[in-house]
Design a protein around this ligand. Structure first.
Ligand SMILES: C[S@@+](CC[C@H](N)C(=O)[O-])C[C@H]1O[C@@H](n2cnc3c(N)ncnc32)[C@H](O)[C@@H]1O
Length: 215
């Protein structure tokens, strides 16, 4: 029976929490996640907050607690299997010889899916990419001109992505949509051109859509 649950919370608003996520968190001995993620659950027992700096340490703690027989939830924004904590937890579990069969993944709506939905894009006809936590973003150049929209989680920032594309010969008038803080009250969806993105300010919480046509 699984006792380590990797729970997707969706893009951030309660509206996108699944009943499965709510019930799993409610029944857990311990829930570990960012405070932003923990705060969207009304019924949660013992909690342990984490941040970018202590992420590895807290994920190791999650596996240790599961090894001790506790029911543990680790919260992941969006879907755990898309640029989420799933990969890291599996690696830690392997190192600590925690049986993978005891890990259950609870899927959720990814920020990328919500960006596609908000812009009426069938994501089976789009280039789906994530550069989150990656320095090398050259892969985007292999798909950017294949006639499909590219939906991407940026590496450092939306601006850096735009600068990289411009430096590599992509037309400055290419149409781009930036989807910022999706599902939150401050959600902002802006459609503009690649060259205008360089002059705009966006937070780290963005999904970037680069279309094939011009703005
Ligand atoms: C560690 S990744 C997690 C991705 C997540 N697993 C998912 O499926 O959406 C974090 C990045 O996801 C994107 N992201 C997460 N939530 C978002 C939201 N509500 N609105 C826009 N982008 C979001 C941002 O690019 C952010 O830097």
């Amino acid at each position: 029976m699984p006792n380590l649950f990797i729970v997707g919370i969706g893009p951030g608003s309660k509206d996108y929490l699944t009943q499965k996520a709510i019930n799993t968190v409610k029944n857990a001995d311990v829930t570990i996640g960012s405070w932003r993620a923990i705060d969207i659950f009304d019924d949660v027992g013992k909690t342990i907050g984490l941040n970018v700096k202590d992420l590895q340490e807290k994920l190791e703690l999650a596996v240790d607690l599961a090894i001790d027989g506790k029911e543990v939830c680790v919260l992941s924004t969006g879907d755990p299997g898309f640029s989420g904590v799933l990969k890291t937890i599996l690696k830690i579990a392997k190192e600590k010889e925690f049986n993978e069969e005891n890990i259950e993944v609870i899927p959720a709506v990814s920020s990328l899916q919500l960006a596609a939905a908000k812009n009426r894009i069938s994501w089976d006809e789009a280039n789906i990419m994530t550069f989150h936590g990656r320095e090398n973003i050259e892969d985007i150049l292999t798909v950017i001109n294949n006639g499909q929209p590219t939906i991407a989680l940026p590496s450092k920032s939306v601006k850096d992505m735009a600068r990289f594309l411009l430096d590599n010969g992509v037309d400055e008038n290419r149409k781009v949509t930036i989807c910022e803080r999706l599902s939150y009250p401050e959600e902002k969806i802006v459609t503009t051109s690649l060259k205008e993105v360089i002059n705009s300010e966006f937070s780290y919480m963005c999904v970037m859509i680069i279309y094939f046509d011009k703005y």
